[in-house]
Design a protein around this ligand. Structure first.
Ligand code: PAF
Length: 275
């Protein structure tokens, strides 16, 4: 496996791979890889001749007071996992490599970025779109893989690719959960044992909402209230949002008819968990 820290190194390899007509799959990550990432990597490995994993904690998607400094990092463990999964190249740049002095160019998708996580993290999705655009350009990937846990991110990246005519296919992959239902996330590492047990409430609450929808409930506020009431029974849980939005424009819906996304963000201790 090639370990690349500079954009030029990646580009040199990409030129050679493209000359040979090989397809490239990209798995963008912020490192501290877990089984969720492994599932994206395995899918990329199956679909492509070459797989690149980017391992970069992207500073511009963190707002002031967020967890940029604390975000867990373990590049050695990431390299081991990527080697075991047969990755061709891991790209681990420094922030100064990605954002040169005088960097002033940002990519953003409005409307879709305004609600859900965008309300409490106003600069987040512009930071994501910008870094993802750079990674698409650097790797010239044919396909890129994103987890469905970050449903708003996936939707926004797909829209950006469509609107700006990026020559890449975006593939959404299923949420990977712990046995008790908690969605795998690098941020789960912030939870102590008591908080970890409390965090199972997210999946329980969402499962109840899903059951209600399957049983024919159409009124959003009834479902949202039920999900909130389950979350509120857990003393360690602090709700950021519980929302039902249409899966296209991510706008709140009053009545369910058609594709919807039920999304929640909940603080357990200092961890902000989404599902
Ligand atoms: O989902 C993530 O880990 C990040 O938002 C991403 C897509 C790697 C961009 O930094």
């Amino acid at each position: 496996m090639i370990i690349a820290h500079t954009i030029n190194e990646v580009k040199e390899h990409v030129i050679e791979w493209k000359k040979k007509g090989l397809s490239i799959g990209l798995v963008p990550t912020m490192g501290y890889l877990h089984e969720g990432h492994a599932s994206l990597i395995k899918k990329a490995r199956t679909d492509n001749d070459i797989v690149i994993v980017s391992d970069f904690v992207n500073p511009i998607q963190f707002g002031a007071g967020e967890d940029l400094e604390d975000y867990p990092r373990d590049f050695e463990a990431d390299c081991k996992l990527c080697t075991s999964l047969g990755i061709d190249l891991i790209f681990n740049p420094n922030p100064s490599e990605m954002y040169l002095k005088g960097f002033h160019s940002y990519v953003g998708v409005d409307t879709l970025s305004a609600g859900l996580c965008g309300k409490s993290r106003p600069i987040h999705f512009n930071g994501v779109c910008t870094v993802v655009s750079k990674l698409f350009n650097i790797t010239e990937a044919n396909r890129a893989y994103f987890g469905k846990k970050d449903a708003q991110q996936l939707c926004i990246v797909k829209r950006m690719v469509r609107d700006l005519n990026f020559n890449i296919e975006i593939i959404g992959c299923p949420i990977i959960r712990e046995e008790d239902g908690l969605a795998k996330s690098s941020r789960n590492t912030y939870l102590n044992a008591t908080e970890r047990a409390a965090a199972t409430i997210l999946h329980k609450a969402l499962t109840k909402g899903e059951d209600m929808i399957r049983n024919g409930e159409k009124k959003s506020h009834t479902i949202i209230n039920e999900i909130k009431s389950i979350l509120e029974k857990e003393p360690l849980a602090r709700i950021d949002y519980v929302e039902l939005v249409d899966s296209d424009e991510l706008q709140p819906v009053d009545t369910i008819n058609g594709g919807i996304l039920c999304a929640i963000a909940v603080y357990i201790g200092k961890a902000r968990l989404i599902d």
